[in-house]
Design a protein around this ligand. Structure first.
Ligand code: NAD
Length: 493
């Protein structure tokens, strides 16, 4: 598949998604329309808006399918997962186009995301058998056996910003562990996520994968249900707080992947141009709508002038427009709420006297009003307490904070309730690692940010503090969906 295929704007019939419950497709009482955020007259499809009763049916179907699926061997699951990966890859072009049209991401990003979402199903094969093999220990004249068991039914709730990879990252490990799942994608980007899950459902036994599209009501109905033994959620902190309060009623185990306010600490020995190049890519990708994008940059005073110049030049080269147009490097915001939030941040910044530069160029400006477009911006003299530094902007505005003392930069980097990812930039690896070791976050990348081996074997992905509870990817990502059952075999006295 080409990473740079340009699609035409030829009209495509809107997709009509249905609920998937116990292997059967079903109409819902209510529906939600999905529009292209770059061309609001382009209706990409429509989804059910599942009611509580429909969610209850999906959970009942999952509960009925869970025991048989939980009894399959690692080898059986791995063989089925390989078929799922192949099937996703065979539809990669189509799914990537869907992602561009419903999400607004650039085409090459969507294309890579599909391939990532396919490979996750194969990666679990590397460690699943070992995790599921019981461990025996001699004990007196008997033995102790420690084994892993699935929870039964897992509820999976995902956001809109990278829906393919976030869905696969959740449902593949949950299913690998032997659980049946009920998935609820975000109504802002539900079609690609549903396609990934539909492919899995078509290959796995009926009822193992159930899909209930919808909004907050459907999500809340999943959380409230007694039969959900584990709830895995990726999204915003405020929603997570609602979920945690609701999950208290049933003492349901929660797994949260939440927001971040990732710092990038630049040391004073970097090659400024190369560093800016990578930081810009890591901050403005998907219009900044990435949980572990660079969200604030700490730059030493000695390099500040050069860094600002390079940053302005590099961000100014971004071209904003409909990602289906040739030459576009940054698409629209995904939804109106996002657009308004970012406009609000910008308005307050412009009134604050800070040096704010709105940059980039508009491709096809005549169609600008047809979508949720905004140009990228930088704040060249941000201060630690500023709103743009203190909150997760989740959009294309990057603040630069100049520091005089590295100790101060480290303390500013940690001065947040978030702790998702972070980066340190220096050619001196030892020095960079010393700084990295002091950062309070689930991950620190040296000389990169966003481009990691997440989803591959070794790296668990997750957040400290209010950025999350639990881990995704790697063997730890599967272990989240397993509980222990210990057997202590003793003789009769
Ligand atoms: P959101 O919290 O608004 O929505 C996430 C999902 O929760 C959606 O499917 C939504 O319909 C559902 N939902 C809404 N109300 C609910 C309720 N009461 N009960 C149950 N479910 C409910 O988040 P969003 O705007 O879709 O995503 C953006 C946020 O997600 C950002 O903060 C971003 O940083 C975070 N995020 C984190 C990661 C990570 O891995 N840490 C990855 C991507 C996004």
């Amino acid at each position: 598949m080409s990473l740079h295929t340009v699609d035409t704007h030829a009209p495509v019939d809107p997709l009509h998604l249905m609920l998937l419950i116990g292997g059967e497709h079903r109409e819902s009482e209510r529906r939600i329309e999905v529009r292209n955020p770059a061309r609001l007259d382009d209706v990409v499809g429509s989804i059910p808006d599942a009611t509580t009763a429909e969610v209850d049916d999906a959970i009942a179907a999952a509960a009925a399918a869970a025991p048989a699926w939980g009894a399959t061997s690692a080898a059986e699951r791995i063989a089925l997962f390989a078929a799922i990966a192949d099937a996703i890859e065979s539809q990669a072009d189509d799914i990537a186009t869907l992602e561009v049209r419903e999400n607004g991401s650039a085409r090459y990003i969507a294309a890579r995301e599909v391939l990532g979402a396919a490979s996750i199903w194969r990666e679990v094969a590397d460690y699943l058998a070992e995790i599921l093999t019981p461990k025996d220990y001699p004990s007196g004249d008997g033995f102790v056996r420690v084994e892993r068991r699935p929870f039964g039914v897992v509820g999976c709730i995902v956001p809109w910003n990278a829906p393919l990879i976030l869905t696969a990252n959740k449902i593949a490990p949950a299913l690998a562990a032997g659980n049946a799942i009920v998935l609820k994608p975000s109504p802002f980007s539900p079609l690609g996520a549903s396609r990934i899950a539909e492919i899995a459902a078509s290959i796995l036994p009926p009822g193992v994968v159930n899909i209930v599209n919808g909004g907050g009501e459907a999500g809340a109905a999943i959380v409230a249900h007694r039969e959900i033994r584990k709830l895995s959620f990726t999204g915003g902190g405020v929603t997570a707080q609602h979920i945690m309060r609701q999950a208290a009623d049933t003492l349901t185990a929660v797994h949260f992947e939440l927001g971040g306010n990732d710092p990038a600490i630049v040391l004073d020995d970097v090659d400024v141009r190369a560093t800016v190049d990578r930081i810009v890519d890591s901050a403005f990708r998907r219009s900044g709508q990435v949980c572990f994008a660079v969200k604030r940059v700490y730059v030493p005073r000695a390099l500040a002038a050069e860094f600002r110049d390079e940053l302005v030049a590099r961000v100014d080269a971004i071209t904003v427009g409909d990602p289906l147009e040739p030459g576009v490097t940054m698409g629209p915001m995904n939804n109106q709420g996002q657009l308004e939030r970012i406009r609000g941040l910008l308005e307050r910044l412009e009134g604050s006297g800070r040096d704010v530069r709105v940059l980039g160029s508009r491709v096809s400006p005549e169609t600008w009003g047809d979508g949720y477009f905004i140009q990228p911006a930088v704040v060249l003299d941000a201060q630690q307490g500023d709103e743009i530094v203190a909150t997760e902007q989740f959009g294309p505005i990057l603040p630069i904070v100049v520091y005089d003392d590295l100790e101060q930069a480290i303390s500013w980097a940690n001065d947040t309730e978030f702790g998702l990812c972070s980066s340190v930039w220096s050619p001196n690896r030892e020095r960079a690692i010393q700084v990295a070791d002091r950062i309070e976050a689930g991950m620190t990348i040296i000389n990169s940010h966003l481009f990691t081996r997440v989803g591959m074997k070794e790296i668990p992905f997750g957040g400290w503090k209010q950025s999350g509870i639990g881990w995704e990817a790697s063997p730890y990502g599967i272990e989240e969906y397993l509980q222990f059952h210990s057997l202590d075999v003793q003789s009769m006295p």
